[in-house]
Design a binder for this molecule. Structure first.
Ligand SMILES: [Zn+2]
Length: 466
């Protein structure tokens, strides 16, 4: 027991009760620092003073130099000098995804292009995607935040971390990558997909940490079992860094039973930086938001009113340490609540409860983000196909799956004695080229799909009934 100083420190706190099962998978204290940075346990009053100072500085810059935010603030009659205490943040108007779209691609850029070292782009459900820019300092701070998250989860130098989040325009892969590199862990940058290879690499490289979406983690466990492996015996995984989609305690239990003893939740969104905005500490009682970089609020999504601790609503973040694209009171559409009570881990940064869901139409299929509009985009371009289609969501084991039903044009039926199988393959391969995901396509006769008055019901969700 003496070896586990980390646990002892927690146990010394009256609020934290431990039992033997909680020791499993913990990292002995001597091999890593408890805190990556001392700021993790900054005195709450100092933290709030720091936030106010940084908020005022961010506001000053946007007010004076950013045409779009400057105009918005003037219209709302808010001056930087009106912000005298943290609660005054409620005077500042919200920013939404629409503000980003109106300014597509880089209208909200707050520095000269010569200072930008990176763009990331998130898929748009409708219309234009969202572009986020980073300066060198932004990337540096993003790396630090991810290093804090990983260290908090017990990842350390000597660990082998397989990063199965997508690398590229999506922030997941690179964000975790920079954090792990900063920490000195050994990275296997496997990126998303290619399940057989993921399992082989995890096994052969003796990966101790897996970073991917929780649904993909479950799928990997299932696929490993199908290959005759016992993931808990044959793989060396200790820690899971699971995020980019909401997940529940029952999924955590399944991950513990099937894959690794310590699955942690990590949260972020590309508009703020990507992963690393918040993460769970070993007590797994909410996710600490790095409040020296972001001011979190929870609001009533209907009225915009700020809600108190423990009240559930929409998460809103203000970035107070970003150069390239700071955002004021950005509405995430994620549902959560705030916990400002001190945590027994010693960190003073407030916690958010695990995300309940997102008011969004994005689907997550086998670890890949899928937007119905992407499928529509493919189908619309194929002249053999009619206008009517359905995206049917089902459950395939622990994972969500989807199938597309689409009507063939009657002219294509009567004029060309085409090979149904060939056309089906063609549609599937077109969808694959856009989504990077194999989706089964059912071709159906013209007029056979249900029509709806008003808004077409394109997505049929059979997940609960299957
Ligand atoms: Zn904590």
């Amino acid at each position: 027991m003496i070896r586990f100083v980390l646990i002892q420190e927690y146990s010394n706190n009256k609020n934290y009760k431990t039992d033997d099962s909680e020791l499993k998978g913990r990292v002995p204290m001597e091999s890593r620092a408890l805190y990556y940075s001392e700021i993790e346990r900054i005195n709450r009053k100092e933290l709030e003073e720091l936030q106010l100072r940084k908020l005022r500085a961010t506001l000053q810059i946007l007010y004076e130099k950013n045409p779009y935010f400057g105009r918005k603030l003037r219209q709302a009659q808010v001056k930087p000098s009106d912000i005298n205490k943290l609660e005054d943040i409620a005077k500042i108007p919200f920013t939404t995804k629409d503000d980003l779209r109106i300014n597509y691609p880089i209208g909200l850029l707050n520095v000269g292009i010569e200072k930008v070292v990176r763009f990331h782009v998130s898929s748009g459900t409708t219309g234009d995607p969202t572009v986020v820019a980073y300066t060198e300092s932004d990337v540096d701070k993003w790396s630090e935040l991810n290093a804090r998250c990983l260290n908090m989860m017990g990842v350390k130098r000597g660990d082998i971390i397989q990063i199965a989040y997508g690398y590229g325009l999506f922030t997941g892969g690179l964000g975790i990558h920079y954090g792990a590199e900063r920490l000195g862990a050994a990275i296997v940058p496997s990126s998303a997909g290619n399940t057989k290879r993921q399992i082989k690499l995890m096994k052969d490289m003796h990966a101790t940490v897996l970073a991917c979406t929780p649904s993909y983690a479950l799928y990997l466990a299932e696929a490993a079992i199908q290959e005759g492996l016992n993931p808990k015996e044959d793989l060396s995984l200790r820690v899971g860094v699971f995020g980019a989609e909401p997940w529940s305690e029952s999924v955590r239990k399944r991950l513990i039973n099937q894959l690794c003893p310590e699955p942690y939740d990590i949260y972020g969104l590309s508009e703020l930086c990507g992963p690393g905005v918040a993460a769970e500490c070993p007590l797994k009682n909410g996710l600490h938001v790095w409040a020296d970089h972001f001011i979190p609020e929870v609001i009533d999504p209907k009225t915009g009113e700020v809600l108190g601790p423990g009240e559930e609503g929409e998460l809103v973040f203000t970035t107070i340490d970003k150069e390239a694209m700071p955002l004021l009171r950005y509405r995430t559409r994620d549902v959560s609540c705030l916990d400002i009570e001190p945590c027994a881990c010693g960190r003073t940064h407030p916690r958010i409860s695990r995300i309940k869901g997102r008011d969004d139409d994005m689907l997550k299929i086998r670890g890949v983000n899928v937007f119905p509009s992407q499928i529509e985009y493919v189908l619309e371009r194929m002249e053999e196909l009619g206008d009517q289609y359905q995206i049917i969501l089902t459950k395939s084991g622990p994972l969500d799956d989807l199938k597309v039903k689409v009507e063939v044009k009657s002219s294509a039926v009567s004029d060309k004695p085409w090979d149904m199988v060939e056309l089906k393959k063609k549609v599937e391969s077109e969808i694959y080229s856009v989504l990077n995901l194999h989706v089964e396509v059912d071709l159906v006769e013209p007029g056979s799909l249900p029509r709806s008055e008003g808004k077409a019901k394109r997505v049929v969700d059979l997940r609960r009934s299957t």
